[in-house]
Design a protein around this ligand. Structure first.
Ligand SMILES: [Zn+2]
Length: 94
């Protein structure tokens, strides 16, 4: 399978940080964005009075990018893309 190429030197990007949490009340697992915590369990609807336990953390699978011409953001799966290497000019000392 050919990977799509992406040039991160001209594509502003940020890691999408996805956290798996475990509800202390129903023991159910759910996903949320890191630093954007839910205030209620999406499974049992209890309001959290203590922070649900962090089970695992993934910041390398998905990236958020924005099209520099249109401003339209999208989320890409990193494994489907091959980053373009920047052409490195031979170092010239002056
Ligand atoms: Zn729950």
């Amino acid at each position: 399978m050919n990977k799509k190429s992406i040039n991160f030197w001209i594509t502003s990007n940020a890691a999408v940080e996805v956290v798996v949490r475990c509800c202390p009340y129903c023991d159910g697992e759910f996903y949320e964005l890191d630093d954007h915590e839910l205030e209620e369990c999406p499974l049992c609807n209890v309001e959290f009075d203590k922070e649900p336990m962090k089970q695992s953390y993934d910041s390398s699978t998905y990236s958020l990018i924005v099209d520099h011409k249109t401003g339209i953001p999208s989320v890409i799966k990193m494994s489907e893309y091959e980053p373009v290497e920047r052409d490195i000019d031979p170092v010239t000392t002056e």
